[in-house]
Write a protein that binds this ligand. Structure first.
Ligand code: URA
Length: 432
C-alpha cells in the first residue's frame, strides 16, 4: 500500500477501505509510517471527517493495537468514566476513589494534557514518586486489592492512541469528532470495563464549542461503546467557566484532596457526585439515597482514604496527601486584578488553559517537560459582580519570562460587562 495515496484519498474526501485504515494504524503503531505522514493524514481527517464505517474500523484497529484486557475473573462491577477535556477538570482524581467507596471497581486509563486542557496523568505525576506506568500484571493486582488503578496507556494498552494523542496535541488536530471519539473509546474499551460514563464538555473551554457538536460527539461515542458491547452513557456538562478554582497540576491535586475531604468547590463536588451516580445507575446500584451517600463518603474520609491507598500503592509520597503544602510549590506568586466594575463572563475559557500552558503546566511539543508547581487560581465565577481592583486570579510561576504571556491570555479569557450574563447550568443533559 502507498501511504501518500491514502493521505491523498482522505484529503479528497473519498472513503478509505478497512485495509487502508488498518494498514495506516498498524504502520504508525509499529513505527514504519513517520510522524510527518500521520500529521498530514490527521489534518485531512480534521477537514474531511470519517464515515461511520471508517470510524468503526479505525476505532476497532486502535483498540486492538495492543492488548484488550479481560477482567472477568476480577469480581465486582468494573466501571469507568472519561471526560472529553476541560479547564480545571480534576474530577477523575475524586471520582475514582469515590466510586470505589460506593462499591464499584474503577480500572482507569487516562491521558496527558491535550491542547489547552489538562490531563489526569500529568496531575497525578505532580505527586512525587507517583507511577502511572504499571505493568498489566500490577494493574490487575492493584484492582483486585484496592478496587482502582490510575494509569496511562502503556506500550501494551491502546498504543496507537498513545502515539496519536501526543501527535494531535502538537499538530492542531485535536478538535475533531472522529479523532476524539476513537481516542477515548479505544483506550476505554481496552480496559476490560463492564460499562462507561462519559463527561462530554461543551463551551468555550471545551473541544466542542456548540451544543450540537457536543451532542454529536456524545452520540458517536455512545454508539461505538454499545456496538462493541460496553453499555455507555454520557452527561453533557458545562465548560464556559473553569471547574473549581485550580488550573494546573499540583494545585489541582490539592483541590482534589480538599474535595475528597468534603471541603472542595461546590461545582467539583456536584459533578463528581453526578458522574458516580451514573456509574452506579448503569450497574443498577443507584437509588434516591445515592447522592447523599456519596456526599457522606466525601465528608467521613472514606473516599480520601482510598485515594491515599492508591497513591501509596503506585509509589507516590503519601505525606503530600496528608499535607498538600508538601506538593511542588512555585517560586513566585502574583495577583491579577479587575480593571473595571461589573459582572464576570468568560468568553474564551480555553485561554485560561493556554495561560497555564504559558507558565509551563502543559506542553507545546511532545518533548516538553511539565512544571508541576505552576498554574492559576481563579477566584471568580461566571456572573459574579466585581469591583475594580478586586483579585480575580492568583498566578503561580517559576520562570519570570512566562508571566506576561500568561497575563495576556488571562486578559483574553475574561470580560467584565455592565449587565449580568445569563446563568449557566453545570449539567445540561443525559444521553443514553
Ligand atoms: N480525551 C482523550 O482521551 N482523547 C481525545 O482526543 C480528547 C480527550
Amino acid at each position: 500500500m502507498n501511504v501518500v495515496e491514502i493521505i491523498r484519498k482522505k484529503r479528497s474526501g473519498e472513503e478509505l477501505s478497512a485495509d487502508e485504515l488498518s494498514y495506516f494504524i498498524d504502520g504508525y503503531t509499529e513505527g514504519s509510517i513517520p510522524d510527518y505522514q500521520v500529521s498530514a493524514f490527521l489534518m485531512a481527517v480534521f477537514f474531511k471527517g470519517m464515515s461511520k464505517k471508517e470510524l468503526g474500523v479505525w476505532t476497532h484497529r486502535m483498540l486492538h493495537s495492543g492488548e484488550v484486557l479481560d477482567l472477568s475473573d476480577i469480581p465486582g462491577h468494573k466501571v469507568d468514566k472519561h471526560s472529553t477535556g476541560g479547564i480545571g477538570d480534576k474530577v477523575s482524581l475524586i471520582l475514582a476513589p469515590l466510586a470505589v467507596a460506593a462499591g464499584l471497581k474503577v480500572p482507569m486509563i487516562s491521558g496527558r494534557g491535550l491542547g489547552h486542557t489538562g490531563g489526569t496523568l500529568d496531575k497525578l505525576e505532580s505527586i512525587p514518586g507517583f507511577n502511572v506506568n504499571l505493568s498489566i500484571e500490577a494493574y490487575r493486582k492493584q484492582l483486585l486489592k484496592l478496587g482502582c488503578t490510575l494509569i496511562g496507556q502503556t506500550g501494551q494498552i491502546a498504543p496507537a492512541d498513545k502515539k496519536l494523542y501526543a501527535l494531535r496535541d502538537v499538530t492542531g488536530t485535536v478538535e475533531c469528532i472522529p479523532l476524539i471519539a476513537s481516542s477515548i473509546m479505544s483506550k476505554k474499551l481496552a480496559e476490560g470495563i463492564d460499562s462507561l460514563v462519559l463527561d462530554v464538555k461543551v463551551g468555550s473551554g471545551a473541544f466542542m464549542k456548540t451544543f450540537e457538536d457536543a451532542e454529536l460527539l456524545a452520540r458517536t461515542m455512545i454508539d461505538i461503546g454499545n456496538e462493541m458491547g460496553t453499555p455507555t452513557r454520557a452527561l453533557m456538562t458545562d465548560m464556559n467557566q473553569p471547574l473549581g478554582q485550580a488550573i494546573g497540576n499540583a494545585i489541582e491535586v490539592k483541590e482534589s484532596i480538599d474535595t475528597l475531604r468534603g471541603e472542595g468547590p461546590k461545582d467539583v463536588e456536584d459533578i463528581s457526585v453526578a458522574l458516580v451516580h451514573e456509574m452506579l445507575d448503569l450497574t443498577g446500584l443507584a437509588d434516591e439515597n445515592t447522592d447523599a451517600m456519596l456526599r457522606a463518603k466525601l465528608r467521613d474520609g472514606s473516599a480520601l482514604k482510598i485515594f491515599r491507598d492508591i497513591v501509596e500503592a503506585q509509589g507516590g509520597d503519601v505525606a503530600t496527601i496528608d499535607d498538600p503544602s508538601l506538593l511542588p510549590q512555585p517560586q513566585h506568586r502574583t495577583f491579577y486584578k479587575a480593571q473595571s466594575d461589573g459582572f464576570i463572563r468568560f468568553p474564551n475559557v480555553a485561554n485560561l488553559g493556554f495561560a497555564a500552558l504559558e507558565l509551563g503546566a502543559g506542553r507545546r511539543t511532545k518533548e516538553d517537560e511539565i512544571d508541576p508547581a505552576v498554574g492559576l487560581y481563579c477566584f471568580v465565577e461566571h456572573g459574579q459582580k466585581v469591583k475594580k481592583g478586586d483579585t480575580l486570579f492568583e498566578i503561580l510561576y517559576n520562570d519570570v519570562a512566562t508571566l506576561t504571556p500568561c497575563q495576556e491570555r488571562i486578559a483574553a479569557s475574561i470580560h467584565i460587562q455592565q449587565s449580568a450574563p445569563e446563568t449557566l447550568q453545570l449539567i445540561y443533559k443525559k444521553l443514553e
